[in-house]
Design a protein around this ligand. Sequence first.
Ligand SMILES: [Zn+2]
Length: 287
Amino acid sequence: MKKRLKTTIAYIWKEIGRLKKLESQKHVVPILYYHSVSSEPTHGQHRVTDTNFEDQVRFLTSNYTVMPFSQFIENLRNQGKMTKCAVVTFDDGYRDNYQYAYPILKKYSCPAAIFIATGFIEKTVTLIEDEEILEPMTWKEINEMNMNGLISFGAHGHTHRILSQISRYEVEEEIKTSKNMIEENLGKSINIFAYPNGQPSDFNQEIINVLKNNGFIAACSTVWGSTHSYENAFAIRRIMVERSDSIDIFKLKLMGAYDFLCYVSWIKFVLHRMMKVKGNIIHRIKT
Ligand SMILES: [Zn+2]
């Protein structure tokens, strides 16, 4: 067997062993993540239709206890039981979250957390993958949702740059600026984060330490999975909901049937690292 292949298998084996260890302390809670919810026609997988979103929220709230993200972290810390619980999150802070998702969330009393890339607010955002121009939310809209109490907010960096690809100084700036801007506008402390892009190659221990030093208690990745442990609070796994998901696919995702994709993420990470190439890009954004 070629040495390189042997080393690859050894790396993969190590990661699988690490993940198996995590499974043994598991809390099974699907943490869904969305980007855009809209009635507008599109081919982009990141934009879920408002009718599908309503079907999903209706199913979720009648079959699961949907808890705020902060309560999920609290339960994780206290080893509290979380049977048939779920969490809803959104990344980036698109205006359609306010226009289309928020009325549905209110209708079904479904809590959700929105992770905001603060540099986008009041600007225009282009989602590169789909070549679609999306508007971000305004501070007025964010404040209105905050006052309602159903929606909580977290930081997602300031410019959405991938934190593992910039200097330590820039990482500090991205994290501090996004946290401070949300805190100044909402008048409350912000302690949850979602990594831009969020794949295994997009964050590391040094970045986690910066988050911890700045008062954060948890951070979400985009690594697939519904099993969690408090030790992993700064690499929370999530489940992406896509435009093409039927309600049956949605139910399968909630049941953890796609959790094998977690292994795919890590295998890709190890292979990319060995081949010294950049990791998976979930979506690109420019302002
Ligand atoms: Zn994002």
